[in-house]
Design a binder for this molecule. Structure first.
Ligand code: NDP
Ligand code: HSE
Length: 434
């Protein structure tokens, strides 16, 4: 059978990984796919750089649209990153009736609903396993493996760069900036690493996961997003003392009539599964009503792990390319006409346990005043400790039991106004999970 021709947009970290895997494992891949897959053209910005990696049979150009429109291109693999140009080229590929494989979560989080609607109408596939959690086949798991379940929640470490930074800071005491430099050198970070450290990349991925888990449209704009750039190293130390470690988690959960959708630094118990996920590894917990909790673990970033996901998509597309579009797995797991409009909850409606830290004048009555305000807001204290700061001040750290975030907001603003409170009240969320 004639090989399928791949037109690739981008030959960076993931593009080169994909080129390598398709060559190194060509025979095994063809045995699975049923035919050979070959990269016939590549679009980049710097042609000379790209030619160092490719053989002479591959056409190299700076004109991405020519790759997309080439009648010999059967599948377009989009690996340039960014939003707008990638979006235009992917939409053009769909308009040309071509299947697309992409690892671009920024594009899908912002334009996924439009892209998937266009692909559905045209009867083509847009596959995106590499867009969430690198080499972990989490999309396949949620979309197909757990299809019998009403999914209750998903929580996970879904950004390799921030997990690498937090691990390096905690284990080796390296600075935030040093750890970020290392993550960039290793190819984990986004072209703009603020996407990683401010939680935006994790929010992109969470929006896609929530859509597949609950059958809702992709709603990146509704994800509450906090990163790790303002995380104080003293909170990492205090958390450790309390038996927790801090991870940047993406969490989405059914809660009453709505869906929680949030990314933030989170204290998880040091003996929990997630706390032992180190470096650029990712781990995603998915709780289904039928199966119970399930865990998916693996390399969440980097050239070969991501290429593993991209090539798996290429195999899927090859196998299904001649199937009737109605017989393919829906892009967002649920049939497009069956998506639901269940609301995304505001953070005030979210329920969690909390870590609170504040500096106070160390004098009689301070603790009882703070405890009373917490109690008045219906918040129960699980544990606390106090650490002297100089002769007359102290840092107080509380762990609360489960509470509603709106009540915690109320208590914090009242505590903040107390005359003996000398610092901003730092609030981090605490999740037990598994
Ligand atoms: P890189 O920055 O390493 O590579 C981007 C590639 O795209 C380069 O070859 C670049 O060309 C090319 N490119 C960019 N803009 C254009 C353009 N306008 N026209 C033609 N070529 C262009 O990115 P990554 O490989 O790291 O990431 C690619 C995608 O995969 C992103 O969407 C990213 O979010 C996603 N991803 C990345 C992971 C990772 O671990 N790195 C993991 C999972 C997903 P040139 O080299 O000539 O500049
Ligand atoms: N920058 C991303 C990360 C790449 O660090 O997880 C993988 O999506």
């Amino acid at each position: 059978m004639k090989p399928l021709n791949i037109g690739m947009l981008g030959l960076g970290v993931v593009g080169r990984g994909t080129w390598k895997v398709l060559n190194d494992n060509a025979e095994e891949i063809a045995r699975r796919a049923g035919r050979n897959l070959q990269i016939t053209s590549v679009a980049v910005r710097d042609e000379d750089k790209a030619r160092q990696w490719l053989n002479n049979d591959v056409h190299v150009t700076t004109d991405g649209l020519s790759v997309v429109r080439d009648p010999n291109t059967d599948i377009v693999v989009e690996l340039i990153g960014g939003e707008e140009e990638a979006f235009d080229w992917v939409m053009e590929a769909i308009a040309q009736g071509k299947h697309v494989v992409t690892a671009n979560k920024a594009m899908l989080a912002n334009h996924g609903n439009e892209i998937f609607a266009a692909a559905h109408k045209k009867g083509v596939m847009v596959a995106y396993e590499g867009a969430v959690a690198g080499g972990i086949p989490i999309i396949k798991a949620v979309r197909e493996g757990l299809a019998a379940n009403r999914i209750q929640w998903i929580a996970g470490i879904i950004n390799g760069t921030t997990n690498y930074i937090l691990s390096q800071m905690r284990a080796y005491g390296v600075t935030f900036d040093e750890a970020l430099d290392q993550a960039q050198e290793l190819g984990y970070a986004e072209a703009d690493p603020t996407f990683d450290i401010e939680g935006v990349d994790a929010a992109h991925k969470l929006a896609l996961l929530a859509s597949m888990a609950f059958g809702i449209p992709v709603q990146f704009d509704k994800v509450h997003t906090e990163g790790i750039s303002s995380l104080a190293s003293e909170d990492i130390v205090h958390a450790d003392r309390l038996g927790y470690c801090i991870k940047l988690l993406g969490i989405t959960r059914r809660n009453g009539e709505g869906i929680e959708l949030r990314v933030h630094p989170t204290l998880v118990p040091t003996d929990s599964l997630l706390s032992n996920v180190e470096g650029a590894m990712n781990a995603v917990l998915v709780e289904g009503d039928v199966v119970g909790p399930t865990l998916y673990y693996g390399q969440g970033a980097g050239d070969l792990p991501t290429a593993s996901a991209v090539v798996a998509d290429l195999v899927d597309v090859t196998r299904l390319h001649s199937a009737s579009p109605d017989h393919r797995v829906p892009h967002l797991a649920f049939q497009p006409h069956a998506l639901s409009d269940v609301p995304v909850l505001s953070m005030a409606q979210v329920e969690s346990a909390y870590y609170l830290r504040l500096r106070v004048h160390d004098r009689p009555g301070v603790l009882s005043d703070i405890s009373r305000l917490l109690a008045d807001a219906g918040i129960s204290i699980g544990s606390m400790f106090q650490q002297p700061y100089g002769d007359e001040q102290a840092d107080i750290i509380f762990l609360t039991h489960q509470a509603v975030e709106g009540d915690v907001d109320t208590a914090i603003s009242q505590i903040q106004a107390l005359p003996f409170v000398l610092s901003e009240v730092i609030r981090l969320r605490v999740e037990a999970l598994l």
